[in-house]
Design a protein around this ligand. Sequence first.
Ligand SMILES: C[S@@+](CC[C@H](N)C(=O)[O-])C[C@H]1O[C@@H](n2cnc3c(N)ncnc32)[C@H](O)[C@@H]1O
Length: 310
Amino acid sequence: MSSESTEPVENAADNEKRPQFGTRLLTDDADVYKHNAWDHVEWDTEQEEAAQAAVAKNSTIKMSSDQRERFQSEAPKFWDSFYGIHDNRFFKDRHWLFTEFPELAPMSNNEQSEPRSIFELGCGVGNTILPILQYSTESQLKVYGCDFSARAIEILRSQPQFADKRCEVFVMDATLEKWNVPFDENSQDIIVMIFVLSAIEPSKMQGVLENCYRYLKPGGLLIFRDYGRYDLAQLRFKSGKCLEDNFYVRGDGTMVYFFTEQELRSMLAKTGLVEEQLIVDRRLQVNRGRCLKMYRVWIQTKFRKPLLSP
Ligand SMILES: C[S@@+](CC[C@H](N)C(=O)[O-])C[C@H]1O[C@@H](n2cnc3c(N)ncnc32)[C@H](O)[C@@H]1O
């Protein structure tokens, strides 16, 4: 496996142990190697231009339509192999999950008067679902998860915390026009997508979001975190890996897109969802031993379905 193939997925969550963003600011450049990570890093024009140049360089040559067709049609197979190869390394200790998304945090039984239902698209091996099940004692909670990798779903089902009748997971391709799900339209309190939309070909993203809207309850929340434009993982791609602008294939055949906040805002707003949060998380990670600076960009959003349909 090339570093390209594993690096982005591994690093998708390599800020897992960091608390909520915005807590450590670099005010004096001389301090940069004093900590492993800095929040809210400002990019100057020079850095922005260098990133643009790196992307222009790695995306001038696009893959042929045949190659592209293969990566798209065989996408579940590539993710199956990913989950076959990586053993346990795709399990993340996501300390940020409940601080960034308190909506997913366990409710005490007296807080929870109504049943609530959470659906995770592209749940993988359960980095979100398992902590929810583990920490929540809510008897009226129902957690659903789907992924198009049958291997991921099999690994998830084999985890000890999974033995919970509050949870149901299944294999489904989120890009299907009509979802085949064990719940009704307008039924989910929360739909979660964490590093998933980026794995889907851009022409199908809007349809996925439209379906999220359809299955959310009026008043329900879509929670999203994913790669931002000019993240280190994008800049590191070599020429010849680009499928279309800002959309690449890793060495293991999995695909990844890098979003701007405007793109996400416009796709989400088009569904009828209403913005509550849209944060670009620019973080500087530091390898102090090797004096390396790594600029990460993630986007986090929360969009709500209005109580009354337009
Ligand atoms: C980067 S992983 C993230 C997994 C999980 N959300 C997490 O945060 O650990 C992307 C996941 O999306 C799944 N995926 C990609 N395209 C999908 C699609 N069209 N339908 C369902 N799942 C998909 C992959 O199989 C993989 O498990």
